[in-house]
Design a protein around this ligand. Structure first.
Ligand SMILES: *[C@@H]1O[C@H](CO)[C@@H](O)[C@H](O)[C@H]1NC(C)=O
Ligand SMILES: *[C@@H]1O[C@H](CO)[C@@H](O)[C@H](O)[C@H]1NC(C)=O
Ligand SMILES: *[C@@H]1O[C@H](CO)[C@@H](O)[C@H](O)[C@H]1NC(C)=O
Ligand SMILES: *[C@@H]1O[C@H](CO)[C@@H](O)[C@H](O)[C@H]1NC(C)=O
Ligand SMILES: *[C@@H]1O[C@H](CO)[C@@H](O)[C@H](O)[C@H]1NC(C)=O
Length: 279
């Protein structure tokens, strides 16, 4: 028992955060990948049957629909996930509501949660204006389209590069992201194809690179403060860094004489390693 207490003491001294009792073993579940169609995701994503919420950021839940379409919802808008690049932290997504064309019934802006995402280099804003009055002076347009949507006064639609800086007399406006080489004169077909091709964003989770400290025998996860933690395998629990498994001897404490007899198998294993070192 003395040996066990000593071991626990040393564990507390050497780990930066104490053992968490509420997440006893998330190492295993967070080893799983989220897989759906061609999309494979790891930290900081979670979702599906494979990865519980603790394995990722609350804003990065993935759903798998029809066994082949990964869906991510951002600010109430559904996006189809086209590609996830874990190395560059880049995510390619496309508006799911524009799958069927530009005349969608529910009009919503592409709004990124800027605590979580930044649009990737090379992408620019494009605004689709719905239900516009006849002419809007000083508003550059790349093209026009016609949509008959309930609730719009007019079917006239305009495609504007960027975000309008002059007052606009249109019923609704939707800002989306498109690649910067977008043509200067365009048609609705080009816009629709661009919307289907999607755009890239970078996720800003774990910018401090803490996940890299969860080296061997640990998986990264997210705690209630949305900060990166390590789910360690031995000893199991969540830590900022996995505590050393066989800590060096503190010089002032004398070795205990008793051998453990009543601890569980894992405890015995840990203790025997530790007690062996000090004997
Ligand atoms: C989109 O954003 C613009 C500018 O912030 C706003 O005027 C417009 O009403 C928004 N459109 C929708 C459908 O919410
Ligand atoms: C797009 O417009 C929004 C809102 O005006 C702005 O915050 C964002 O920086 C713009 N993005 C790009 C890539 O210009
Ligand atoms: C709408 O676009 C077409 C080309 O796609 C152009 O011929 C026409 O003049 C435009 N109409 C208006 C009102 O801008
Ligand atoms: C739409 O029509 C209504 C009623 O005619 C009018 O009050 C409103 O200002 C119009 N909205 C726009 C954006 O033109
Ligand atoms: C964590 O992130 C979610 C989703 O982005 C947000 O709603 C929540 O407020 C964040 N929590 C904290 C403690 O920052």
């Amino acid at each position: 028992m003395n040996c066990y207490l000593l071991f626990v003491m040393i564990l507390l001294v050497f780990s930066k955060t104490p053992l968490s009792s509420s997440n006893p073993d998330l190492y295993g579940p967070c080893s799983n990948q989220f897989k759906c169609g061609n999309v494979v995701a790891e930290f900081p994503f979670w979702g599906g049957d494979q990865r519980p919420p603790e394995c990722g950021h609350p804003g990065l839940q993935l759903h798998c629909e029809n066994y082949n379409t990964a869906i991510l919802e951002i600010a109430g808008v559904r996006y189809r996930v086209i590609k996830i690049d874990q190395e560059t932290k880049r995510l390619k997504i496309a508006r799911d509501d524009y799958e069927g064309g530009i005349c969608t019934q529910r009009i919503q802006n592409t709004t990124l949660d800027d605590t979580l995402f930044v649009s990737a280099k090379g992408y620019v804003n494009l605004t689709l204006l719905y239900g516009c009055s006849t002419s809007i002076p000083f508003l550059p347009t790349l093209g026009n389209f016609s949509c008959r949507i309930n609730g719009l006064n007019s079917s006239r639609g305009l495609i504007h590069p960027g975000v309008p800086t002059v007052p606009i007399s249109c019923s609704a406006s939707v800002t989306v992201l498109v690649y910067e080489s977008f043509p200067q004169i365009t048609t609705v077909e080009v816009v629709e194809q661009e919307l289907k091709d999607g755009f890239e964003v970078e996720w800003k989770v774990d910018d401090e690179g803490r996940c890299q400290k969860c080296i061997s025998k640990a998986n990264c996860g997210i705690n209630h403060q949305n900060k990166t933690v390590c789910y360690c395998q031995e000893p199991s629990g969540s830590f900022q860094e996995c505590p050393p498994f066989s800590p060096p001897l503190p010089p002032t404490i004398s070795p205990p004489a008793q051998t453990p007899s009543d601890a569980g198998t894992r405890g015995k294993h840990l203790m025997s390693r530790y007690c062996y070192r000090i004997e």
